[in-house]
Design a protein around this ligand. Structure first.
Ligand code: ATP
Length: 422
């Protein structure tokens, strides 16, 4: 058996809201490595970390590359550091790049660190101490916050994974309207869904492959299979140059951020969970269009929110009734509210207690506290004050999942079209 000695390279925190993208920087590094005869051993990885991380620019993504650790290692390291120095958005206060080189196998301790970077907050100091303890070569630029994500990006195991093809624009077009033929995107979705997904939000007529920021990305197509990405790229038409493109292996749309909680009380703020609870009250909409309701179990209760950007998802949520048992997936944010990404109906409460119907067909009314019911039409009376259980028709279905629309979906959220795949 040939044992390949591996050099892992992690890069993070190079971009700002005004421009750049760590994936673009990685694609430039890959080109220069290839020009120098250095090939990657696997697809470059784009790893999404804690969605609640404070200093993220957008989707909290770090990138990692794997090459063989041979006589070109110092050249490879030089190329990586040169490109990070050349392309990072150093003028932005919040851009604090970090680069990690690590030679050898990823240990279980490093894998645990990577999951912590998805579930919890890690300080720069902690990351640095951890990196040193496992033998990482650490390069910090400015505050070097990027080392937190860089160590995680090289360390995270990918059992379930997806791919994203990112096409990049020519620099003179940065910040201008992207010239993508939308009809061709609809065509691409028709031909390649569900192998590709998250292309279009049909309810909003929203082209999700097109970023809305001034970054170098022209479009990004997400998929379960590389072959589908090639087909998709051939179908999407654009009328501006694509200067480069690159396929990344990612943890996007795998639900890797979701931890199973056995009770409501064990969930913590800024964590993402799957938990089962009983709906306590009818969902209510407030000013601004956000919708809220409570779920409870023996351990406590928590307010759940379907926010305005989730659009028609709120209509689905509005069908929930007290007594329904639901499994909710999402995260507990700033306001301590559980922000729902999707939910499954475990058991609908399809019984409502109503006033009895009189023999004459009219609904009876209360005859006073503990005095039974009376019929206003025929004067009939019954002694019992017990309401009668009636089976009601529901608009939701037992066992079904309901999800937020594509336009409101988190990078890490697993869409329903992937639920049976892993
Ligand atoms: P883009 O998606 O456009 O690449 P971004 O949203 O990934 O941008 P970054 O510029 O990478 O934003 O900034 C995120 C910062 O948060 C990085 O410095 C990263 O190291 C750090 N970070 C990542 N995960 C955690 C965590 N769990 N705790 C604390 N900091 C984290």
């Amino acid at each position: 058996m040939i044992i390949i000695n591996i050099l892992h390279i992690g890069i993070d925190d190079t971009d700002s809201p005004d421009g750049m993208c760590t994936t673009y920087l990685a694609s430039q590094i890959i080109n220069r490595l290839e020009d120098n005869g250095i090939e990657l051993l696997d697809y470059p990885k784009l790893i999404r970390l804690n969605p609640f991380a404070r200093f993220k620019t957008r989707g909290n993504g770090g990138v990692s590359l794997k090459i063989s650790n041979d006589n070109k290692v110092s050249l490879a390291k030089q190329i990586v550091l040169d490109e990070v120095k050349k392309l990072s958005m150093f003028d932005c206060d919040n851009t604090n790049p970090g680069v990690i080189f690590y030679e050898g196998e990823i240990t279980s301790e490093m894998e645990d660190y990577a999951f912590r970077a998805i579930y919890e907050f890690i300080t720069i100091k902690e990351a640095e101490e951890f990196g040193k303890s496992v033998g990482c070569e650490i390069h910090k630029f400015k505050k070097g916050r990027g080392i937190i994500g860089s160590i995680a990006a090289i360390s995270l195991p990918l059992d379930d994974f997806t791919y994203e093809l990112l096409a990049y624009r020519s620099s003179e077009n940065y910040g201008t309207k992207r010239r993508i033929d939308y009809d061709s995107v609809y065509m691409m979705d028709k031909e390649t869904f569900p192998d590709t997904f998250e292309n279009i939000d049909y309810s909003e007529d929203y082209i999700a492959i097109e970023p809305k920021t001034p970054c170098p990305v022209l479009y990004g197509i997400r998929s379960n299979a590389v072959e589908a990405l090639y087909r998709a790229k051939d179908i999407v038409e654009v009328s501006e140059p694509i200067v480069d493109w690159c396929i990344f292996k990612t943890n996007q749309h795998t639900d890797m951020h979701i931890q199973k909680a056995n009770s409501i009380a064990e969930m913590r703020q800024f964590g993402c969970y799957e938990v089962v609870g009983k709906v306590k009250n009818r969902p209510k909409i407030i000013d601004g269009g956000h919708m809220f309701f409570y779920i409870c179990d023996e351990s406590g209760e928590i307010e759940c929110g379907a926010y305005e950007p989730t659009k028609d998802f709120r209509k689905i949520v509005s069908h929930l009734k007290p007594g329904d048992i639901v499994r909710v997936f999402g995260g507990i944010g700033e306001q301590n509210t559980f922000n729902i990404e999707k939910f499954q109906v475990v058991k609908l409460n399809d019984v409502e207690y109503r006033n009895p119907i009189c023999e004459c067909g009219k609904t009876m009314t209360s005859a006073g506290k503990n005095k039974g019911f009376k019929c206003k039409k025929c004067g009939n009376k019954i002694k019992s004050s017990e309401k009668v259980p009636i089976k009601i028709k529901r608009n939701l279905k037992n066992g079904w999942f309901y999800e937020t629309p594509v336009s409101a979906r988190r990078h890490l959220s697993k869409p329903l079209c992937r639920m049976d795949l892993f």
